[in-house]
Write a protein that binds this ligand. Structure first.
Ligand SMILES: Nc1ncnc2c1ncn2[C@@H]1O[C@H](COP(=O)(O)OP(=O)(O)O)[C@@H](O)[C@H]1O
Ligand SMILES: [Mg+2]
Length: 179
């Protein structure tokens, strides 16, 4: 596991006031974790998520957020294995990374997972006979919204790639269902 530590900040802005997929600054609570893109990253990401969500007092969201993290990190690791785009050009032998970003407010959590693959996620149509291809369906079912966007060094704010590389973020918003 490669951790670059947690980074938390509090602001008065409403996290839902803008595009929650991009407006990271709007979230009062934030955590960032870079992981080597290996299968073991999935359980590391899940444990990290459980701890952070507990620390933020969002325990009731924990199960769903952990599920979302597992699916998105699994996909990011798979996508990273299929590309060399997230390798550091100055360090060609370095293994690819993925980055898990968690954002929280008093009732919601936003999961973002960065990877360096240019390929995009595809939510498959329901197929009872299929033995795989259900991860994003699951994410869609348990989250309020999900989506993805490309990030590039020229896009303004620093992209979440571990060393500033371009890539993409797949995100999902988990909201407390209680009024
Ligand atoms: N982070 C990602 N990068 C590239 N492609 C992705 C990513 N996440 C998902 N995909 C694509 O979307 C498809 C569906 O993902 P998913 O529903 O999780 O099913 P599965 O992982 O079992 O194939 C994947 O097979 C892959 O082609
Ligand atoms: Mg999957």
């Amino acid at each position: 596991m490669v951790s670059d530590g947690d980074d938390s900040a509090r602001t008065a802005r409403d996290p839902m006031s803008g595009d929650e997929a991009r407006a990271a600054d709007a979230w009062p609570l934030r955590s960032s974790l870079a992981l080597g893109a290996f299968p073991s990253a999935v359980s590391c990401a899940r444990l990290h998520t459980r701890q952070v969500i507990w620390e933020w007092g969002l325990k009731e969201l924990s199960e769903v957020v952990e599920l979302v993290v597992s699916e998105l990190v699994t996909n990011a690791v798979k996508a990273s294995a299929a590309t060399a785009a997230d390798r550091d050009p100055g360090e060609p032998g370095a293994p690819p990374f993925v980055r898990l970003l968690l954002f929280g407010s008093d009732r919601e959590a936003l999961v973002q997972v960065w990877d360096g693959s240019p390929a995009l996620p595809v939510r498959n149509a329901p197929d009872l006979a299929a033995i795989s291809g259900r991860g994003l369906m699951l994410v869609e079912a348990v989250s309020a919204r999900w989506g993805y966007h490309h990030v590039s060094p020229s896009a303004g704010p620093a992209p979440p790639g571990p060393r500033g590389q371009p890539g993409k973020v797949v995100w999902a918003l988990v909201a407390d269902p209680l009024p």
